[in-house]
Design a protein around this ligand. Structure first.
Ligand SMILES: [Zn+2]
Ligand SMILES: [Zn+2]
Length: 666
């Protein structure tokens, strides 16, 4: 699936046009300064009500039936200054909602008697039976809303692959229907593929402030930041996307500004939890809006899609703030330099490191590109609170004593190229670990990474460092709900249908079992597969077909050009190496030069002269046979050389290298 430059260009132009129009509309209601900002920064339209025009989706602040928070937001100066909230405008807005035929309004209900409602389709294009590349399609009639657009990281056998993104074929086919891409939070498995999708279609994106900031960083890397239609929404806000309304509900996860979604459709409301945990003492005091979830539950929820990551774990996930207490204890009276490795994306954790550093008069140096980018964005947008000058450049650490320093680094998974691994190997250019270092690994290994993490811990200890990791102290908690929290979610939302998402198969099964315990009938629990269509209406749910899904590999600048055949070759090469046979023949079929043998990753040629002589002899015999049989066809000659060599090499070495005969004719 190569990206067609023309298409990017076209969609870029389209994007520009739309933004220009949008600026025109705001002119009436804004002063000149705002206009200018909008022109300079067409990508982000902040806190703005976008009116229904040119088929653009409309953001509207939800009316009447909202909890208090949202009402307050209606009156927030940021909104009212920029946007036209005069009675006429509100009337107009109400009218447009009426025309959309939504549930609250009597005219729409009347219409429903006349026309049979369509079914709501939910189609996961990724994120089911896997961790990563979360993306789900909600389709009602002629409208599609996409929720999240993440990447997965390559598995061990995907040699040389950088990223795995979803197959967007279904979206490509239904481009005209797409009203928007809604993002729940700023983690890679939810935002990492956005740039690749935008290269195929420049659709509007809706996300909260921090999530927008992180998406913007990604778009910049792909030079899409100027053309993307990135719209900032607030927790508590509702936007209208075609016949669906999407409500952003404040949630709680390991990254701030996370949301759960209520997707209101003509056949009912669907709640999508996004990634969540229920933390009663979150460090930013932003508790998940359980009240709103309960309210939705009371009104009636058609279906719940819920995070299954920790569905196998009993009990509750501990509060993030418990980690801060452990940090404080470790920092107190510590005379050593402290190095903490964690996920770059775990901003709450970074905040707690900052807090402990401030309390103990330590400066912070940050190591690892992703960590630096993440912290920079979070500090700029006000999601990490830190006193001025607490962060110092890594080059400045020599000016401070060990007990005045904290180093935050990437590499908590023991990734071979990461900063922490290089420190442990003594290969880091700026940080030399020694016995006066306390290294805290504030993460647990993701399944598959255990041996890397163990190796790093061993290496650090061998150098003499003191190492604290999750098996020794509570220096990490999960960002995902365990069983008891999942039960709370189920009991508040009380959905008619339950769809476990975001997890491996066994996690989805565990989540299903929890829902069964909670009294949800087995028939009302839908185990999805990527690409399966589930169709829902007020009375029934059925799996109605499949759409194309898959894994698209990103390798360097290539998207989709590495497929299974290339991967198979890479695996073959990585296991048994390569032999290249070069020989030059004249038109009579006589060998005039060679055969020359080049080998990589098979045997060390200089120490295997006998083998190489044998190989040459076999090639000569094969060529002679071909000449005797009057075979002039190059590919037949190449094949017989390959087959003869393959047998011989396997018999003598029990190895199976890739054999590449090259025949040149003069
Ligand atoms: Zn997440
Ligand atoms: Zn996730």
């Amino acid at each position: 699936m190569r990206i067609k430059m023309e298409e990017i260009k076209k969609s870029n132009e389209k994007g520009k046009k739309v933004v220009r129009k949008r600026v025109k509309v705001t002119k009436k209601n804004t002063n000149k300064t705002t206009e200018k900002t909008a022109e300079n920064k067409p990508a982000i339209v902040k806190n703005q009500i976008i009116k229904k025009q040119n088929n653009l989706p409309k953001i509207s602040v939800k009316e009447n039936k909202l909890p208090k928070v949202s009402k307050k937001e209606n009156l927030a100066p940021a909104v009212s200054k920029k946007d036209d909230l005069t009675p006429t405008a509100i009337r107009k807005k109400n009218k447009s909602i009426i025309n959309l035929g939504l549930e609250e309004n009597p005219i729409a209900i009347k219409e429903d008697f006349m026309f049979k409602k369509e079914n709501l389709k939910i189609i996961p294009l990724g994120g089911i039976e896997e961790i990563g590349k979360n993306i789900t399609v909600f389709e009602y009639g002629n409208d599609i809303v996409i929720v999240d657009c993440g990447v997965a990281f390559p598995e061990e056998d995907m040699l040389g692959i950088d990223l795995v993104i979803p197959d967007f074929s279904y979206l490509e086919k239904n481009k005209e229907k797409i009203r928007g891409l809604v993002i729940t939070h700023g983690h890679e498995d939810h935002i990492g593929s956005i740039a690749y999708l935008l290269k195929q279609m420049n659709i509007p994106i809706y996300a909260t402030k921090l999530t927008c900031g992180l998406i913007q960083n990604k778009l910049q890397e792909h030079h899409l930041d100027k053309v993307a239609k990135l719209n900032e929404v607030r927790q508590g806000q509702t936007i209208v996307l075609g016949k669906m309304r999407v409500e952003f509900i404040r949630s709680c996860h390991s990254i701030p500004d996370s949301v759960a979604l209520a997707i209101h459709t003509p056949v009912g409301t669907v709640v999508h939890t996004g990634d969540f945990k229920i933390d009663y003492t979150p460090i930013d005091d932003q508790k998940i809006d359980l009240g709103r979830l309960a309210e939705l539950g009371n009104k009636g929820v058609l279906a719940l899609l819920s995070d299954s990551t920790n569905a196998e774990r009993k009990g509750y996930t501990m509060s993030e703030s418990t980690v801060g207490e452990v940090f404080d204890k470790l920092f107190l009276n510590c005379k050593k330099r402290i190095v903490i490795a964690t996920f770059a994306s775990n901003m709450h954790r970074v905040q707690q490191i900052v807090n402990s550093a401030v309390a103990n008069n330590r400066k912070i140096a940050v190591c690892g590109r992703s960590m630096i980018n993440m912290i920079q964005t979070a500090v700029e947008l006000g999601y990490i609170h830190a006193p001025k000058n607490i962060f110092i450049d890594l080059d400045m650490i020599k000016n401070y004593s060990d007990d005045q320093l904290v180093i935050i680094t990437t590499g908590s998974q023991g990734e071979p190229m990461s900063a922490l691994t290089r420190m442990a190997n003594g290969e880091h250019r700026k940080i030399n670990i020694n016995s006066n270092d306390l290294v805290i690994i504030s993460a647990t290994p993701i399944p598959g990474n255990e041996k890397y993490v163990s190796k790093v811990i061993d290496d650090l200890m061998k150098i003499g460092a003191e190492v604290v990791y999750s098996a020794l102290a509570d220096v990490h908690v999960s960002g995902h709900a365990c069983q008891e929290e999942q039960k709370l979610m189920l009991s508040l939302v009380r959905p008619k249908y339950f769809i476990p998402v975001h997890g491996e198969y066994r996690q989805l099964i565990a989540h299903r079992n929890t829902a069964r315990q909670m009294g949800i009938p087995a028939d009302n629990i839908i185990l999805m597969k990527n690409g399966k269509i589930v169709e829902l209406n007020e009375t029934e749910a059925k799996v109605s077909g499949t759409v194309q899904v898959g894994k698209i590999f990103v390798d360097g600048l290539g998207v989709g050009d590495v497929g299974n055949i290339v991967l198979r070759d890479r695996q073959h090469l990585s296991q048994d190496g390569l032999i290249v046979v070069v020989l030059t023949m004249d038109s009579e079929g006589n060998v005039v030069a060679g055969p020359d043998i080049i080998s990589r990753g098979f045997v060390y040629v200089r120490e295997s002269e006998n083998l190489m002589d044998e190989v040459k002899a076999i090639i000569n015999i094969e060529v002679m046979k071909c000449v005797d049989n009057h075979i002039r066809d190059w590919s037949t000659i190449k094949n017989s050389i390959r087959d003869a060599l393959k047998d011989y090499i396997f018999q003598t070495t029990k190895r199976n290298p890739m054999i590449l005969p090259i025949v040149m004719e003069i």
